[in-house]
Design a protein around this ligand. Structure first.
Ligand SMILES: NC(=O)C1=CN([C@@H]2O[C@H](COP(=O)(O)OP(=O)(O)OC[C@H]3O[C@@H](n4cnc5c(N)ncnc54)[C@H](O)[C@@H]3O)[C@@H](O)[C@H]2O)C=CC1
Ligand SMILES: O=C(O)[C@@H]1CCC=N1
Length: 273
């Protein structure tokens, strides 16, 4: 069985570990390094996996090492982990936003097979969306291992051109927040018309869930589903015409471009490390 170690036991690691255990991976094949004692205890209790305060101990003798720490922590980890990784050469999987494969190679060694991933927070409930990108040292079997880990928490797609990983980050990585922002705005709009907030929230939230499920389950294009709601000269048409007048596609495209730029800037800021 493949042994998988996590460095960092925060939200994303927790969701991946939970997803893997649900898919039948034995707890004995999973371990995690986490500096916070309380978080370590919770991970051990909840999942029955081994926990470590020392990253090197967790990284020793593993087949796959998942780096699940914040991007800014990443450069400092190389002093700690490089030797262990050079000895074992496990598959290195990074989920850090805005950290490029060439940077990971520079910090941890360019002989390592590396997969860069961008998951998102719905992974916490098994409804994640992840883009994955591999360097040339990743074998077909390791690609399957990486995909298996991320498939445990949602859908996955391989991205062949790494420069598009910033687009993945801007689309699906940050994307859940865009929908939350729209639900907030819908709720506020209804409250402004006099609706009690709890009623506005449940109606807006359930509408988001219903629309999301229809998108996933109906296999229809979003434009077809949109047209089905839109009666000629009806209420939806009035709202959509207002969106068009306010240039909604342009607003969204500008937001995605801003997030994409920020991802590249985050990577560039790590170039000096
Ligand atoms: N939250 C999100 O929407 C997404 C986050 N990501 C990426 O996932 C990574 C983890 O994010 P979260 O789980 O949300 O963060 P988090 O803050 O919940 O987890 C990070 C964990 O790393 C631990 N840690 C800090 N320094 C460490 C060190 N030196 N060695 C080992 N562990 C250390 C922290 O104690 C914490 O438990 C980040 O790189 C982020 O960019 C990726 C996609 C989406
Ligand atoms: O906002 C961020 O930078 C991270 C990456 C994707 C979601 N959260």
């Amino acid at each position: 069985m493949t042994r998988i170690a996590f460095i960092g036991g925060g939200n994303m690691a927790r969701s991946l570990i939970g997803g893997l255990i649900k898919t039948g991976v034995a707890a004995a094949n999973l371990r995690v390094a986490e500096p916070l004692a309380q978080a370590r205890e919770a991970l051990g209790r909840e999942f029955g996996i081994s926990t470590y305060a020392d990253n090197r101990q967790a990284a020793a003798d593993t087949d796959v090492l998942v780096l699940a720490v914040k991007p800014q922590v990443m450069p400092a980890m190389h002093a700690e982990l490089r030797d262990t990784l050079q000895r074992n050469r496990p598959l290195l999987i990074s989920i850090a936003a805005g950290v490029r494969i060439d940077q990971l190679e520079r910090w941890f060694g360019n002989l390592l097979p590396i997969v860069r991933c961008m998951p998102n927070t719905p992974a916490l409930i098994g409804a994640g969306a992840t883009g994955l990108c591999a360097n040339l040292r990743v074998t077909p079997q390791q690609r399957e291992q990486a995909q298996h880990i991320l498939d445990a928490v949602g859908v996955t797609r391989w991205i062949h051109d790494e420069s598009q990983m910033d687009t993945v980050t801007a689309l699906s990585g940050s994307g859940p927040a865009y929908f939350f922002a729209i639900v907030e705005a819908l709720e506020d709009a209804a409250v402004a018309q006099g609706m009690p907030r709890d009623t506005a929230r449940i109606l807006a939230t359930q509408t988001c869930l219903g629309a999301g499920r229809m998108l996933v389950e109906s296999n229809e294009a979003p434009s077809v589903l949109r047209q089905r709601v839109t009666s000629p000269n009806g209420t939806t048409q009035a709202a959509l015409e207002s969106f068009a007048a306010d240039q909604l596609p342009r607003v969204v495209a500008r937001a995605v471009a801003a997030a994409t730029r920020r991802g590249a800037e985050m990577a560039a800021s790590l170039d000096k490390d």
